[in-house]
Design a protein around this ligand. Structure first.
Ligand code: ADP
Ligand code: MG
Length: 553
């Protein structure tokens, strides 16, 4: 082969392949799910293109996946008649890390097999999962609308090769030369079980060829290929939902919440949405988009439609299928689309309503959800949208009054006579926040303080300002009106008179510290510590000032 046909993998691919080969043994059947899902994506892409370029699909309009097991050759082939890949596509898509989630995974990977397996479970590894079971992989592909075909091949050890070849129609064959210890994947029963487990509800027919050789022979249909989200709830089992979730989200975990609905009337759409039980690692990646799949009348349109849900719900997975959008809608036309805007409002309300119900009925399970995704929901508070009240009532906090998460309603119910504000303190960690000397006076008077440790807290709290007319107030502010709060314990101990000589001491402090501080005052707020820094009303909060200093250079 000419030197031009050989390529090195991107460094990250090399690392991923190493992990795939060494860590994933127990989960290796997922290679089939990954390859079928790629075939399904390829068919979805072609179907979408054919809406405007009908010629691309003519002649071979029935999109499908065919699996062929050739025991003699020891090969397993996953063939599709989807969009296919040309030379550039093969180099680009199969030589580099396509999915940003995979790159995020690699940043977290430790080299410890057990840990990496748990991590990778949240991603799936895509195409490279093929190397879990194969020591040689070939992809023979021809792109729709082109006449040339190409063969990509690699043993997964640093290099791959792309050479010209023949293929009589568009589409791709992924040919796995199975490792000696992976020959179980040639058994028909094993293949059938895996396909029904992982891919029963993908809306594309999957066939198993009766003989392992070329196409044209008899084929057995393996899956139902119905759009699960269009079925009535009564026909779907919990297991069915969970597998659909794993398929569409490339996930291994269970959905924490499943929301399946159909909206009829002025606007018609169906949704099958999931909240994962674990947080994806790229959730706070600035480039991270929501990953909901948008369909129009069961035709896949896109999985990166920013208009479908607000960014603070970007952890949702699943499908939304509209009957009102035009089938040939372009991705650009999706921006500022009034139908989509209405769907977005409806979906948002529905999801928040369901979360509210969970919070009420299953507070412990809700706490798990909050620990994973609370920081994201809080972004919605900062945005000041019309869901502000719903989001505030969904919010949970650490507090000085309880080991459990508390709500703002809990807080209001525990406020002391004379207390007019909801007090909070921000800090980098729970430990740092709860150790702050600013809390001493509040603790002594049994006044609850919320402990806020997410960076976003510095932003949404001042933006929101109040809950049910009670202002949110930082305990680090100069004006914390502790004196006004009468509680039984404090009543018995009247505030001690200012110690003698305090005025002289303060004057000395002021002289010494000069411009480093605005003022020096005596205060009731400390019971053990000698002094603390406070911010004046209207000035930046101390923790925020620290955060901003960190980010400014
Ligand atoms: P992902 O599917 O998440 O993008 P993968 O590693 O599974 O990541 O696949 C990488 C890319 O390779 C895909 O995005 C797609 O562009 C391309 N690809 C893989 N399999 C096929 C296929 N059967 N037909 C066409 N393109 C494919
Ligand atoms: Mg894939």
């Amino acid at each position: 082969s000419s030197s031009e046909s050989r390529h090195g993998f991107q460094a990250e691919v090399g690392r991923l392949l190493d992990i795939v080969a060494h860590s994933l043994y127990s989960e290796r059947a997922v290679f089939l799910r990954e390859l079928i899902s790629n075939a399904a994506d390829a068919c979805d892409k072609l179907r979408y293109l054919s809406l405007t370029h009908a010629d691309l699909i003519a002649g071979d309009p029935e999109l499908k996946v065919v699996i062929r097991a050739d025991a003699q050759a020891g090969t397993l082939t996953i063939a599709d008649n989807g969009i296919g890949m040309n030379r550039e596509d093969l180099v680009e898509n199969l030589g580099t890390i396509a999915r940003s989630g995979t790159a995020a995974f690699l940043k977290q990977a430790t080299g410890d097999a057990a840990k990496d397996l748990a991590l990778i479970g949240q991603f799936g590894v895509g195409f490279y999962a093929a190397f879990m079971v194969a020591d040689q992989v070939e992809v023979v592909s021809r792109k729709a609308g082109e006449t040339e075909a190409w063969r990509w091949s690699s043993d997964g050890r640093g290099e791959f090769e792309v050479v010209a070849t023949e293929r009589d129609k568009r589409g791709s064959d992924v040919i796995l030369h199975l490792k000696a210890d992976a020959r179980e994947f040639l058994e028909r029963d094993r293949l059938k079980k895996i396909v029904t487990k992982y891919s029963d509800h993908i809306p594309l027919p999957i066939f198993l060829a009766e003989d392992g050789k070329g196409s044209g022979g008899k084929e057995e249909r393996l899956n139902e290929a119905s759009a699960l989200w269009m079925k009535p709830k009564s026909e779907i089992t919990e297991q069915g939902y969970a597998e659909f979730y794993r398929h569409s989200a490339h996930a291994f975990d269970k959905p924490w919440m499943t929301l399946h609905f159909k909206v009829e009337g002025v606007l018609e759409y169906a949704g099958l949405l999931f909240v994962p039980s674990t947080r994806p690692f790229d959730l706070f990646d600035p480039d991270r988009k929501n990953r909901l799949k948008l369909y129009v009348k069961r035709v896949f349109i896109t999985d990166s439609c920013d208009e479908l849900v607000p960014p603070y719900l970007r952890f949702l997975r699943g499908v939304v299928d509209s009957s009102d959008l035009p089938l040939n809608i372009s991705r650009e036309m999706l921006q500022h689309n009034p139908v989509l805007a209405k769907m977005r409002a409806g979906i948002t309300k529905r999801v928040l309503g369901e979360l509210e119900k969970r919070a009420k009925d299953e507070p412990d399970a809700y706490a798990d959800f909050w620990n994973q995704f609370g920081a994201v929901l809080k972004e919605g508070l900062y945005e000041q949208n019309d869901q502000g009240d719903a989001l505030l009532s969904l919010a949970r906090f650490r507090s000085t009054a309880s080991d459990k998460l508390v709500s703002l309603a809990d807080y209001l119910a525990r406020m002391k006579p004379g207390q007019e504000a909801i007090y909070y303190i921000t800090g980098e960690t729970l430990e740092a926040a709860s150790r702050s000397p600013h809390l001493e006076g509040f603790r002594a008077r049994d006044v609850e303080v919320l402990l806020l440790t997410d960076p976003i807290d510095e932003f949404w709290v001042p933006a929101v300002g109040a809950y049910k007319e009670k202002p949110l107030r930082s305990v680090t502010r100069g004006g914390a009106e502790l004196e006004k709060i009468v509680n039984a314990a404090a009543d018995k101990k009247p505030a001690p008179p200012a110690p003698e000589g305090i005025d002289g001491l303060i004057a000395l402090f002021k002289l010494t510290l000069k411009d480093a501080v605005k003022d020096v005052r005596s205060s009731q707020r400390l019971t053990e510590s000698t002094a603390c820094l406070v911010a004046e009303d209207g000035d930046l909060d101390i923790n925020l000032e620290r955060l901003l200093r960190q980010h400014k250079r």
